[in-house]
Structure formats: structure tokens, C-alpha cells
Write a protein that binds this ligand. Structure first.
Ligand SMILES: [Zn+2]
Ligand SMILES: [Zn+2]
Length: 291
């Protein structure tokens, strides 16, 4: 069996890595760790291991070649993803200091609540993502994330603060509005963190087709990054593929990455400040009604 073939019905190498990450969070919580600190620690540790793995055994050697965007990507890791996601989560808490309706099934087992939380968050996350792809004047906000010719760890966080901030807000606020607990939000966030990290890392993490149809595996997300729009306008789900199936945007991926990643035309500036100012391009398109 080649290293790129799904290795088992259990979920392949990706399933094992993902389960280990979630298992580490579970153990951290069971040992009495504070939720946010446990999640931050496990996410950071998983990130370090993934970065090390992509240095030692890259999936594609070509993806390691410099693309002139290293410092920009590092800047977005801190100033765009970091600031945007924390601000989005904070705003969700500020907007929903108390549940709008108390219908959350808090008595259900936490694992079932977490799955329900994923479904609720994914519904809004799916539409935030799809709207950024389909409304012309909003596209510049998301184009930064797609303006890359390879998948590496730091491409996950090459994302505008308004993009990740709005995504985080629309994912978390509905959970708080329905009365979900902080622990449910924590598990949904953990799932999202590990999905995003593994989806964009340059290592071989094969998955069986059945798993690609259920959750946002690396192969599923690679197809979404395809330069070919017949492939790229698909698989908008970040964590679950449920709404791609329901709304007709799911395309089953092959184990091999698409022929090329990126966008055409790639109007995203090469400089960091130009990338931060992409909302100005959105405003320009809105005012001039340009596609
Ligand atoms: Zn996208
Ligand atoms: Zn991506």
C-alpha cells in the first residue's frame, strides 16, 4: 500500500492525528486544566509538531520552495488571524451576554452536544464562506486566503482579520444565543483549529473517501483551493461537509492534490500593508459596482 492511500477504514493517518489532538484536549480538561489554556496549549503543540513534520517529511517538495510571502504569512498569523479570531470571539460574547432562547439540550452527553454545536456553527460558517466567494465586492476579503500556490502550515492563517473575525463571530454567536455552554464552544473551536491546521500543512495525511464526505479533511479543502473554479467553487465546509451535501456544493476529492492552487486573476498585493488594505478594494468594487 502506498503512503498516499487511505490506510484504514478508521480514518487513515489524518483520523489518527485528529483523534490524538482531540484526545489531548480531553485529557487536559480531565486533569482539571482551564479550558482556554488547554486548547491554546494543545493547538500550539500540534502546530509545532506539524511544522516540524512538514520540514522533515513534506508531502510535496515543491511546496517548500520560497514564494516570497514568508514574512507576510507570519504577519497574518499574528496580526490578521490572531487579532481577527480573538476579536470575533470577544464580539460574539459581547453581543450575546445571555442566551436569546434557552433551548440548548445541556443535559445531553457532551459528545452529542459538541456534534450539535458543530452542526449549528457550520451552518453559519458555511454561508459566511460561500457568500465571500459569490458576492463580488466581498471576494477581496477572502481572496487573500486563496492567493497561494501551495499548502503549508502558515497558509491556514494567511487570512484577513475581517474574514476570520466574521467567520468566528457567526460561528460562536449562534451557539451563545441558543444557550450552549463554554465547553461546547471550546470543542467546536478545538475541532476547527485542528481541521484548519491539518488542512493546510504540507504532510501526507491520507483519508478514506467516507471520511472526506463527512468532515473537512485536507483533501477536501485542497480541492476548494484549486485554481480550476469548477473544483474551487465546492467544499465550502470548514469542519463538516453536511451543508455542501445539502446545498449541492460537495465534490469528492481524489487523494492527489489539484493540478494547481490559487486564483485567477490574482489581484492580491504582494506587500503586507497592501494585503491588510484589501477592504478598500471591496469598497471600490461596491461603489463602482465592479465584478
Ligand atoms: Zn474559500
Ligand atoms: Zn484554506
Amino acid at each position: 500500500m502506498s503512503s498516499h492511500e487511505p490506510s484504514s477504514w478508521l480514518g487513515g493517518a489524518w483520523g489518527a492525528v485528529f483523534a490524538a489532538c482531540l484526545g489531548a484536549v480531553y485529557i487536559g480538561l480531565a486533569l482539571g486544566g482551564q479550558g482556554d489554556m488547554v486548547l491554546l496549549g494543545v493547538t500550539a503543540l500540534a502546530g509545532l509538531l506539524l511544522v516540524a513534520a512538514e520540514r522533515v517529511r513534506p508531502r510535496e517538495r515543491g511546496w517548500r520552495e520560497a514564494d516570497g510571502q514568508w514574512w507576510q504569512d507570519l504577519g497574518h498569523f499574528v496580526a490578521s488571524f490572531g487579532v481577527g479570531s480573538f476579536t470575533g470571539a470577544w464580539l460574539a460574547g459581547a453581543a450575546m451576554p445571555a442566551p436569546l432562547v434557552t433551548i440548548w439540550p445541556s443535559a445531553w452527553p457532551m459528545a452529542v452536544q459538541a456534534v450539535l454545536g458543530l452542526v449549528v456553527a457550520e451552518f453559519f460558517g458555511y454561508w459566511q464562506h460561500r457568500v465571500l466567494h459569490t458576492v463580488p465586492w466581498l471576494w477581496p476579503l477572502h481572496a487573500l486566503h486563496h492567493s497561494t500556490s501551495r499548502m503549508t502550515f502558515f497558509k491556514a492563517t494567511r487570512i484577513h482579520a475581517l474574514d476570520i473575525g466574521s467567520f468566528t463571530f457567526v460561528s460562536v454567536a449562534p451557539l451563545l444565543a441558543l444557550g450552549a455552554s463554554a465547553e461546547v464552544v471550546l470543542w467546536v473551536t478545538a475541532f476547527g483549529n485542528f481541521a484548519a491546521q491539518t488542512q493546510h500543512t504540507n504532510i501526507a495525511l491520507p483519508t478514506p473517501p467516507w471520511l472526506n464526505a463527512v468532515v473537512g479533511t485536507p483533501s477536501v479543502h485542497w480541492l476548494h483551493h484549486s485554481l480550476d473554479l469548477r473544483e474551487g467553487n465546492s467544499n465550502f465546509g470548514m469542519n463538516l461537509m453536511l451543508f455542501d451535501h445539502l446545498f449541492g456544493t460537495y465534490i469528492p476529492p481524489s487523494p492527489e492534490p489539484p493540478a494547481a492552487f490559487g486564483i485567477q486573476p490574482d489581484f492580491v498585493p504582494r506587500g503586507f500593508l497592501g494585503q491588510l488594505s484589501l477592504p478598500l478594494e471591496s469598497i471600490r468594487r461596491l461603489v463602482r459596482r465592479e465584478p
